[in-house]
Design a protein around this ligand. Structure first.
Ligand code: FUC
Length: 776
């Protein structure tokens, strides 16, 4: 049957039929727990609701009375369908575009590129919401002792309130082992639960039917493309259950459990022949028949295996007991150091929720999106944003959460080969500044910023970082190296000699996302130089491809170098045209400092110039830009400046240049964009430990507390990861380390360094060395 022929119950299900909000009276106290976001009122908007996720489903829980709303996402509900975005024959115009740019004719070059070089179609597709689960609790006029909270340690959302002398409680989890969302509703007296459960979708081509204690939502995103099915199964202990007009009514129950699953026809980026109904039924079957206790225990074991790898203490105060939204408002007062620790743990929590093996990478909004037309399509922008999403993965000890990104890269290589061939007549693969579920790799939107070919090369750097952090040669050989090699092959063919400097340069490209189409933006050269170097190193580790390695080694020193300009700045472009008053959010030419290491503190002049560039760019910025600046100031070993930016990021949304936090501690571009949450988490890690430098023997230097701000004089952190396969616990007092424990996974030598002094240690693989009373 075609979907349009199905009965439509949407009118009866409309959220408008929800009852009026009830009046909340009385005060409630902070829930127990160390890693809590809590509120004494229900969420009125989406950015007040709290996120749960299992990498396949995302949920935003509102905790409202008398109608609970759980807005949910399924990870493969996107617009569009399998397709190639490459522009056949685009490469024929490449020489002319380059020629025009070399002649200084930017506008004609951009016009020609717009006509002949852009992806087909010009735009990529959008991540979509799936549905909403509603639970009406009729007859409530007032509620007291209300509170709702998210416990990051248990990944459980709880809502509590009292009404009519009865204490009600709702718990919600998004379980990874069971690939489902579970709700348990309970009361402290039997027979008191009356609830009406409904399931809707914002997609117009959707409908819900009720039967067999289940609500089944069936929908289609567009005429062709993704079809989805979601099932909510309602079970009551005591009381009775009836069905009407697409809803399930529970009357007089002691407790209720709702099991929610969802699936689509998506199999992979080239195949959408799956059967959503069969998949959803199977998911429901395996999520059924288990008690709440059993489900919750499996969920906890899975979540805590990742979450509890780390702990952090930056100081505590009574402020940490206040509702989270109030803490954000008052963070500027400097009395609430725990909010920074919570932000760190929240970044880890959000990565666990939005990016798990077998799923899709975290989008611009992680896995949480309620809009049919989300900002920037809630897709993957890879001239900073997608990369930033994964910055905490290694240092914050969640390496396996990056697996979806590595899987996506395998697909991007397939699609990117076609783009390399059609757009550049080059071997290997290339990814420009965006991709989507369909793995578009060609330049999108507009020639002045869409033509930026180093997105894939940057992501190869992250593959290499995973190898450096883990020492996992199997990963390097099987997953990383084919991608790294393919990217290096592309750039070896792509680079062109600049007629003026005779260096090898990139182009047509741009310095994201300003200055228009140019030849030779500095960021490209930093990324490509790093790519060539790491390819040579990887080939040596794997004892392979000596000819390619020799070729890259020969080309590397010919790539256009970093240059210092007339304002003492690191030049963003080939020519010295930087405007010191330019406060653009992108700080692309500082890639060399972080996340790259093309320039380090050992290159004193360039390091100084890069720092000067960051000063010119200013502190105020959008969320992700502040996230980047925290990491940069940490690399510039300036903890107080890093802290200053973190403080600005932890302001309520509304700053002139953007940024800030919503009440649910989601970061704002604005609107909500999750990269700032992840950038903040990695920035805090970078302030406490750095490991990008190596000594003359090639051992990693572990810089202990390299950028500790004066506001965190005493504290501790456990479980930070460092390059070389180390896990590090640190405790400090009066701004100085007092105890350092280094566990080694790979048995390598580590050079611990602090305050200009260093000390070599070599714990055997699987063992730890603890240094109390730090004496380098
Ligand atoms: C890039 C940025 C924008 C935004 C978008 C998703 O285009 O320049 O600020 O973050 O990605």
């Amino acid at each position: 049957m075609k979907l349009s022929n199905l009965p439509v119950f949407l009118l009866a299900l409309s959220p408008l039929h929800a009852e009026e909000p009830v009046q909340i009276t009385g005060n409630s106290a902070a829930p127990a727990g160390k890693w809590i976001l809590w509120y004494p009122q229900p969420a009125k908007s989406w950015t007040e609701a709290l996120p749960l996720g299992n990498g396949h489903l995302g949920a935003m829980v509102f905790g409202s009375v008398p109608t609970e709303r759980v807005q949910f996402n399924e990870y493969t509900v996107w617009t569009g369908q399998p397709r190639s975005y490459a522009h056949p024959g685009a490469s024929q115009h490449l020489p002319e575009i380059r020629k025009l740019l070399f002649e200084g004719k930017q506008k004609p070059a951009e016009d020609l590129a717009m006509r002949e070089f852009m992806s087909q179609p010009l735009k990529q597709m959008a991540y979509q919401p799936c549905g909403d689960l509603w639970i009406d609790f009729p007859g409530l006029a007032t509620a007291s002792n209300y509170r709702r909270w998210l416990d990051l340690d248990t990944a459980t959302h709880t809502t509590e309130y009292e009404a009519g002398g009865v204490k009600f409680r709702r718990e919600v989890i998004a379980s990874h082992p069971d690939r489902a969302i579970f709700l348990r509703l309970s009361a402290d007296q039997p027979g008191k639960l009356n609830a009406r459960v409904r399931l809707t979708s914002p997609h117009s081509n959707s409908s819900t039917t009720a039967g067999n204690n289940r609500l089944t939502l069936r929908g289609q995103v567009q005429t062709d493309g993704i079809r989805f099915e979601s099932i909510a199964k309602v079970e009551a202990t005591g009381g009775s259950l009836t069905e009407d007009a697409g809803a399930i009514q529970v009357t007089g129950a002691d407790a209720i459990i709702v099991r929610l699953v969802a699936a689509t026809n998506f199999t992979n980026f080239r195949d959408i022949s799956g059967d959503p109904a069969a998949r959803a039924a199977k998911l429901l079957e395996s999520a059924s028949g288990k008690s709440w206790e059993k489900l919750h225990a499996a969920h906890l074991a899975d979540h805590q295996k990742l979450f509890r790898r780390m702990d952090i203490d930056l100081g505590t105060s009574p402020e940490s007991l206040r509702p989270t939204s109030e803490r954000i408002v008052d963070y500027l007062k400097g009395k609430d150091p725990q909010l920074a620790a919570l932000t760190f743990q929240y970044g880890r929590y959000l990565l666990i929720g939005s990016s798990r093996a077998g799923g899709q990478p975290a989008t611009l909004q992680g896995i949480w999106n309620d809009a049919l037309k989300p900002a920037w399509d809630s897709k993957y922008t890879c001239n900073i944003n997608t990369q930033m999403n994964y910055w905490p993965a290694e240092p914050a000890n969640l390496a396996e959460c990056a697996e979806p990104l590595y899987d996506a890269l395998g697909e991007l290589m397939a699609s990117g080969r076609e783009t390399a061939k059609e757009h550049y007549a080059a071997p290997g693969w290339v990814l420009h500044h965006n991709f989507d579920l369909w793995r578009g790799t060609a330049p999108i939107n507009a020639s002045n910023h869409g033509i930026w070919p180093t997105g894939g090369a940057w992501l190869c750097h992250q593959l290499w970082e995973h190898y450096l952090f883990s020492g996992d040669e199997k990963f390097l050989k099987e997953k990383a190296y084919p991608l790294i090699k393919g990217s290096a092959e592309f750039f070896a063919a792509y680079l062109i000699e600049d007629p003026v400097t005779k260096t090898l340069i990139s182009g047509p490209s741009n310095s994201p996302e300003q200055g228009g189409l140019v030849m030779g933006p500095s960021m490209d050269h930093q990324i490509i130089r790093s790519l060539f170097k790491l390819t040579v190193e990887a080939a040596a580790v794997l004892k392979t491809d000596p000819e390619l390695a020799a070729k890259l080694a020969e080309m590397t020193p010919r790539i256009s170098p970093n240059r210092i300009g007339k304002h003492g700045q690191l030049q963003e472009w080939m020519t010295d045209i930087d405007d010191p008053k330019n406060t653009h959010r992108h700080v692309s030419h500082l890639w060399a400092i972080y996340p790259g290491d093309d320039i380090t503190s050992r290159d004193s002049d360039l390091f100084k110039a890069a720092r000067q560039s960051l000063i010119y760019r200013g502190d105020a910025a959008t969320g992700w830009s502040m996230g980047w600046k925290i990491n940069l100031w940490a690399r510039f070993l300036d903890g107080d400046h890093a802290y200053l930016i973190l403080r600005n990021l932890l302001q309520p949304v509304g700053g002139k240049k953007g940024g800030g936090m919503y009440p649910n501690l989601f970061d704002a571009h604005p609107p909500f964009q999750i990269d700032g949450n992840f950038g903040a988490a990695s920035g805090i890690a970078e302030m406490l430990l750095q490991s990008h430098l190596r000594d003359e023997k090639g051992n990693f230097v572990l810089q202990i507390l390299p950028a500790l701000p004066s506001n965190w004089p005493a504290g501790s952190i456990k479980g930070l990861r460092a390059r070389g396969g180390f896990e590090v616990d640190l405790a400090w007092k009066d701004g100085k380390p007092v105890e350092v424990t280094v566990r080694s996974l790979a048995g390598q030598t580590a050079v611990l360094s602090h305050g200009g002094k260093s000390r070599e240690i070599k714990p055997a693989a699987g063992t730890a060395t603890t240094i109390a009373d730090w004496q380098p």
